[in-house]
Design a protein. Structure first.
Length: 168
């Protein structure tokens, strides 16, 4: 009975474990409070260790290749190849070139080859080119002209193929 009441009492729980470290850290109470707040931040920063997605705004027109290990959201126009971890092509965006990413989400237009572990064409997508993927999802209403090929590792196959093309 006493153990149940002690367990059920909020003061007993906080008095047993947290108040003892708090007493030991009485001089560090603000630091303890501050460290308890950053501790979740550090835990949440572990998944956020990579920077937030870079956004190419709608009024931006880029001619050239883009390569990053992070995430990119394209809202403007890109004439060139794009390599990223996660690539999101916005509804008003146009990409003319090869796209290669772990995850590719197409809401806008791509003219060129798409390579990705996960490729998703939303209802507003327009893709003119081949798609090489591990998994693919095409929503109703998406426009696609080209071929679709499944590969276990579509990102590595491109590197090997590109290495052979200049020699041949």
């Amino acid at each position: 009975m006493f153990s149940k009441s002690k367990i059920n009492e909020p003061g007993a729980k906080t008095g047993d474990q947290p108040s003892q470290p708090a007493k030991g850290d009485a001089s560090k109470a603000p630091a303890s409070s501050g460290s308890s707040a950053p501790a979740p931040d550090y835990k949440s920063s572990t998944p956020k260790a990579k920077p937030p997605a870079s956004t190419l705004s709608g009024d931006l027109h880029i001619k050239g290749n883009i390569k990053t290990s992070g995430d990119i959201q394209v809202e403007g126009q890109v004439e060139g190849d794009i390599r990223a971890h996660l690539l999101t092509v916005g509804e008003g965006a146009t990409v003319k070139g090869e796209v290669m990413a772990d995850d590719v989400v197409v809401n806008g237009r791509i003219v060129g080859r798409v390579r990705g572990l996960k490729v998703r064409l939303t209802a507003t997508a327009r893709v003119e080119g081949d798609i090489i993927h591990k998994t693919i999802a095409i929503e109703s209403g998406a426009h696609f002209e080209g071929s679709v090929q499944r590969q276990d590792d579509p990102l590595q196959a491109s590197a090997a193929k590109k290495a052979e093309e200049p020699k041949a």
